[in-house]
Design a protein around this ligand. Structure first.
Ligand code: MTE
Ligand code: MO
Length: 508
């Protein structure tokens, strides 16, 4: 049975020895990964999340920061698919190799020895990725079972119709198993990531909803412009990990440690007993380019950090903040006191992706300081950097002013240019538009200002009776201190993007 040429001469579509081995590799590998996904969809124990964490450690910082900041969540999804495929191939090869090794070592006990060695090897390799034996037992067993199924059921070469049918049945069974396992994983992931818990007290929710509808009243009636308050599902996300940490609010506490008279632990219920505040506030990522889309506003519910610190005797000038992931940032106590400690977003509990159970909102600062999944506040003596500073980014000061163009509409022969603008806590005082390449400027119409200037404003400018074939359009923001947004175009790295947005608009 070892000469595959003889089989192929009977039938052109014979599956050779290598084809069978490849099928066994893929089936065993994919099933192992899929099982891990079904069981640990959202946890750190998921094989793919674990591998991604290792990759993040070993890949050069500039590469990782570049990819995450550039592609946001898409980068995370792609890295999951890439790591999943890589692991499937590795586990598949290990399983088939293990089975054949077992087979050779103990030819009298073919399926048992093969199964045991294959399972053990997959277990060892996946343990080295995850670091938890509990978490890899079931996936390794599934890998062992699948490889045994293929290695025993199918001869090394398949030439006859009935042999081919039996392989097809095996492949279908494994495929069906994988579809179900992936389905379970996806459902579990979407369940924990949903934002849907309403804020505990109905009154809190109503107040936030009221603020959202107030914001709607202040909007321009223009098609395609970014809303003043972004829906949770559209709010941008930047996360250093492929999947957000799942924090259990029952065992979670916010610890205040370091240079304090007495360390303090505050649990979820205690945090919610401080006086409640609602706040409109925008967050903008330091990596947000002029043409990019990492700037959104929401209604946040929480308590003032100043109130939380009221009873704490701080003996340092700075704090180091830690997230439940490996994220950290330091800032001055003065900045920190002005923060909101948020547990609600747009009238719902803070979604997992945005920092459940609590995150920080930092007035006038870049998004990176808005630490999510906050677990610890360590009081220290000096400024001591943060996660993105270690990757070469700067930008600890006020967020840069920015003007975005959202859409060009052409109602009834007019040209309507609309967009949104942001200038941190200085607020957007005016947006000016030039349609002659920056020679002359005219004020655009603006949406109302939300209760906090640290939010976006919409703008619209119309060319009523376009005569030219082409317009060289620029837009710029003048902030509340009467400062005109810097003209010089720079990339986001390392200080945040600057410059006027520009479009060449044709009449037709
Ligand atoms: N713990 C933690 N906090 C974090 C991050 C993170 O990866 N982990 N990303 C930061 C960055 S770079 C930005 S721009 C904002 C994004 O917040 P969002 O995802 O809610 O939009 O969160 C910041 N807080
Ligand atoms: Mo960011």
């Amino acid at each position: 049975m070892s000469d595959s040429d003889s089989a192929r001469s009977d039938n052109g579509s014979a599956i050779g020895r290598y084809g069978m081995a490849a099928i066994a590799v893929v089936a065993a590998g994919v099933s192992t990964v899929a099982t891990s996904f079904a069981v640990y969809a959202t946890g750190r124990e998921f094989l793919v999340s674990s591998l991604n964490r290792h990759l993040l450690e070993y890949l050069p910082g500039w590469f990782v920061s570049g990819v995450i900041q550039r592609f946001g969540n898409l980068a995370l999804e792609l890295s999951m698919v890439f790591s999943g495929a890589l692991l499937a191939v590795v586990f598949g090869i290990v399983a088939v190799g293990g089975y054949r090794l077992g087979d050779r070592l103990s030819p009298t006990l073919p399926p048992v020895a093969g199964f045991v060695v294959a399972t053990a090897l997959v277990f060892v390799v996946s343990y080295s990725v995850v670091g938890s034996a509990m978490a890899v037992v079931v996936p390794a067993l599934v890998g062992g079972v699948v490889v045994t199924y293929f290695e025993t059921r199918s001869p090394t070469e398949i030439a006859t119709d009935s042999e081919r049918r039996s392989v097809l049945r095996a492949v279908s069974a494994v495929a069906a198993f994988n579809v179900v396992a992936h389905g379970i994983g996806l459902v579990r992931r979407s369940q924990t990531q949903r934002a849907e818990q309403e804020l505990q007290e109905r009154a809190l929710r109503l107040e936030a909803e009221h603020m959202i509808s107030d914001a709607r009243q202040k909007e321009l009636d223009v098609e395609g412009v970014q809303p003043l308050v972004t829906d949770i599902e559209d709010f941008y996300k930047v996360d250093i990990n492929p999947s957000p940490p799942a924090v259990d609010p029952d065992s979670w506490a916010l610890s205040i440690t370091g240079a304090v008279e007495e360390p303090v632990d505050l649990d979820y219920a205690e945090i919610q007993r401080f006086p409640v505040e609602h706040q409109y506030k925008a967050i903008r990522c330091l990596s947000d380019d002029i043409e990019d889309d990492k700037l959104d506003t929401a209604v946040w519910t929480g308590c003032s950090m100043d109130a939380v610190l009221d009873a704490v005797d701080l003996q340092g000038s700075h704090v180091m903040l830690y997230g439940a992931d490996d994220y950290f940032y330091s800032m001055s106590v003065e900045d920190f006191r002005s923060c909101l400690l948020a547990y609600g977003m747009n009238g719902l509990e803070l979604p997992q992706a945005h920092g459940y159970p609590v995150r920080l909102l930092v007035p006038d600062r870049w998004g990176k300081l808005h630490v999510k999944w906050l677990t610890e506040i360590e009081v220290i003596d000096d400024y001591s950097g943060g996660y993105w500073e270690e990757q070469g980014w700067h930008g600890m000061g006020a967020v840069n002013a920015v003007t975005k163009i959202d859409r060009i509409n052409r109602p009834e022969g007019r040209i309507q240019i609309c967009g949104h603008a942001y200038a941190g806590a200085r607020g957007v005082d005016r947006v000016e538009v030039s349609i002659d390449g920056g020679e002359t400027w005219t004020a655009a119409a603006l949406s109302g200002q939300l209760d906090n200037p640290d939010t976006i404003r919409q703008w619209v400018y119309e060319i009523d009776d376009p005569q030219q074939d082409e317009y060289e359009v620029y837009a710029r923001t003048i902030d509340g201190t009467d400062t005109i947004q810097t003209e010089v175009r720079t990339d986001p790295f390392p200080d945040g993007a600057t410059g006027w947005v520009n479009r060449t608009i044709r009449r037709g």
